[in-house]
Design a binder for this molecule. Structure first.
Ligand code: GCW
Length: 681
């Protein structure tokens, strides 16, 4: 059965006979040059792909002797390419880009896949296979493609006991107790999947870190994984527990300005590099949610980050220091804290430090406005942190395609340098001329047969990789290629799946947190509705803190009459959001506390409009179900049935969300459910 294990690398035979014949003519012989583990991986992928897609074992030759030759290799290892005058193209594509071109060699039609590095060649091979997977022509090719960001990294929140924080697809992929001796073939498939979308780094461990990962017994295991990932262009990174010098080093302090502590980290880094010579560096969560950090010693984030950065700098390592900090002891709007703590440190970090910022200022909600730190730290490279695992969007049970969420953030205009200063331009480094640029995705992967639990969760892994490669791609084009590769090339089925996928995130927003509401999920687990959650010890972990519903109205006032969080944005953004006439309604209650009778653009009252969104969300899920049902027979039975069942759970839970929220808020609005809606129970 098609259980989804192969992800978007299925390589099933091209169905259209005409197309198949044309493809076969384009690949009659292969000239693969070069000799490295990366080139071997690329060759293996190519032959696996061609034997599946085209049912072909093309002969390998040394010279072009017939039409349909495929030449693959770096410019340095493929002498024949030097005759083609590709210099200027190769300069443009940098160290990870590739170049695919239809050319004439010895008067024969040939296709070249080339790059400056072996990794570029590997990416080119994946791209070439994708052309076939997505039914594109192989004639007259002229493709130059290179990543817009230097660091494209998955963050696994995986613990050493193989539980995964906010992971909903089984246990961790890393079988620590069998490593380094047993190397599950799945590690290679993981690397292939990542390389196919250009992901070039992976943080193996949870940001709520365990210092033991830095001990020799574990470093042996990390080394084994790094060895598997290396040919695929993937570097390994680890999370560090800030108090490790005390916990595993026997020191009395972890103060970053203490010489002994600094020396301990230097030695530790040197030790790590003896295991993993190309170790990527550290990801750190400090002074957030109870994690230790420099503030425990009266120092700031830059002190902490710089100490670690110095320890890895000589080996080319980096530090990704997270800006996800908040504290119930700080008596201010939680949304403001990161900006307040980090903007004074602009420019105070070492060159090899990223500050890694979540897309929004609270926490991976179904919808959040962009984080005000984007654009506010011109001298410190900011790295985007997206969450692929659906902590707040129905786990691996609800179908929610997140590319529209990612895009909404990336396309937002920060006005940091006037109009057009989008978040994408901040993080790709072009706005402030950052020396490095990056994106992190909190992985939704586990040891489930299909990797992500929900078959559509794969689309979030895929689209994250694609957007980290090029933030300018559209959510729709990514969806299309993912569906073609993962499900079908049949245009009718493709369009139906696309319709489902493209509307899915908005449906979740509607039945969970419409109009800028946030954090209404159940206490601690974050699954299911809990708008009534209050009175816990941590006010900032309660729903009532966020929606502030009362008889006067609903919403969090972040304007100048409220928490003033809006003043953290650049003036044009602040002005737009502060003004009720211009604030997009999708962010309304994020920034404003408004009476239930407030008139919306629809002419309805706020209450009626809110109720309307909750009902619409359920309708949207029901439409997704109908569209899915229409696919019976056009996709494989296994995944058809699985998604059908998951959608029916989603429908039930959407109703639960709608009814819970509508009935809960009705206590305050004291207004009726508008006529025509089924009665919430
Ligand atoms: O989203 C919240 C989660 C925590 C997580 C934290 C973080 C790793 O509820 O489980 O901890 O964010 O991002 O650090």
């Amino acid at each position: 059965a098609e259980d989804g294990y192969r992800l978007w690398l299925r390589y099933d035979k091209v169905e259209n006979a005409q197309q198949l014949a044309a493809y076969k003519q384009s690949v009659t012989q292969v000239l693969f040059s070069g000799n490295s583990p990366t080139i071997s991986a690329a060759r293996k992928e190519l032959f696996q792909g061609l034997s599946g897609l085209l049912q072909l074992q093309p002969t390998e030759t040394k010279t072009v002797s017939q039409n349909g030759a495929l030449l693959i290799g770096t410019i340095a290892t493929t002498p024949i390419l030097s005759e083609l005058n590709l210099k200027s193209s190769l300069e443009k594509i940098g160290t990870e880009g590739f170049f695919i071109k239809s050319v004439k060699i010895n008067q024969k039609n040939a296709t070249i896949i080339t790059a400056n590095t072996d990794t570029g060649v590997l990416y080119g091979v994946f791209h070439f296979l994708k052309l076939i997977q997505t039914g594109q022509s192989l004639s007259n090719l002229s493709i130059e493609n290179s990543p817009k960001l230097t660091h494209r990294i998955l963050n696994h929140w995986d613990n050493l006991d193989r539980t995964v924080e906010r992971g909903y697809a089984g246990f961790s992929l890393w079988e620590w107790h069998k490593l380094p001796d047993y190397l599950d073939p799945r590690y290679t498939d993981y690397a292939r999947a990542n390389a196919s979308v250009g992901i070039n780094g992976t943080v193996l461990t949870n940001v709520n870190a365990n210092a033991l990962i830095l001990t020799p017994a574990f470093l042996e295991k990390v080394k084994a994984l790094a060895g598997i990932f290396r040919p695929y262009g993937i570097k390994v990174y680890l999370t560090t527990r800030f108090s490790a010098p005390v916990e595993i080093g026997g020191l009395k302090t972890a103060d970053p300005l203490d010489a002994e502590v600094q020396m301990w980290w230097k030695k530790k880094a040197e030790e790590i590099y003896t295991y993993i010579p190309d170790f990527g560096g550290f990801l750190v969560k400090a002074n957030s949610e109870g994690q230790p950090g420099p503030q425990n010693y009266g120092r700031n984030h830059a002190d902490g980050a710089n100490m670690l950065a110095d320890a890895v700098a000589s080996k080319g390592g980096i530090v990704m220091w997270r800006a996800f900090v908040y504290d119930d002891k700080v008596p201010d709007d939680r949304a403001k804290q990161a900006y307040n703590e980090f903007t004074p440190l602009n420019g105070k970090f070492r060159k090899n430090v990223f500050v890694q910022v979540k897309n929004g200022a609270i926490d991976f909600q179904p919808r959040e406005p962009f984080h005000p730190l984007f654009g506010a730290m011109p001298q410190t490279p900011l790295m985007m942190e997206f969450q692929l695992t659906q902590e707040y969007l129905g786990f691996a049970t609800h179908l929610a395609y997140l590319a529209p969420l990612f895009k909404e953030c990336l396309d937002s205009d920060t006005y940091a340098k006037g109009k057009g200063a989008t978040v994408a331009k901040v993080i790709d480094g072009s706005l402030h001329k950052y020396s490095m640029s990056g994106m992190a995705g909190v992985a939704n992967i586990g040891n489930d047969r299909n990797w992500t639990g929900h078959p559509f969760g794969q689309a979030n892994w895929y689209s994250y990789g694609r957007l980290a490669w090029n933030p300018a791609l559209s959510a729709e084009e990514i969806a299309e290629e993912w569906i073609q590769m993962t499900f079908t090339n049949d245009s009718k089925a493709l369009n139906s799946i696309k319709e489902i996928i493209m509307g899915s995130r908005e449906a979740v927003v509607n039945y969970m947190t419409p109009l800028g509401l946030a954090h209404l999920m159940g206490y601690s687990h974050h699954y299911g509705p809990g708008p009534w959650v209050s009175n816990k010890k941590r006010d900032d972990w309660t729903a009532t803190y966020y929606h502030k519903a009362d008889s006067a109205g609903i919403g969090f006032n972040r304007t100048s009459t409220g928490s003033k969080a809006l003043s953290q944005y650049f003036p044009p953004v602040k002005a737009q959001l502060e003004n009720l006439q211009t604030c997009p309604e999708k962010y309304l209650l994020w920034f404003h506390h408004l009476p239930w009778t407030h008139r919306m653009k629809s002419e309805k009252t706020l209450w009626e409009d809110l109720v309307g969104h909750y009902y619409l969300g359920v309708e949207q899920v029901r439409n997704m179900q109908k569209t899915w049902d229409s696919l019976k027979g056009s996709i494989d039975e296994y995944r058809f049935a699985q998604v059908k069942s998951l959608l029916s759970i989603q429908e039930k839970e959407a109703v639960l969300w709608r009814n819970s929220c509508v009935l809960y808020f009705q206590q305050f609005s004291k207004m009726p459910i508008p006529a025509g809606y089924e009665k919430p129970a």
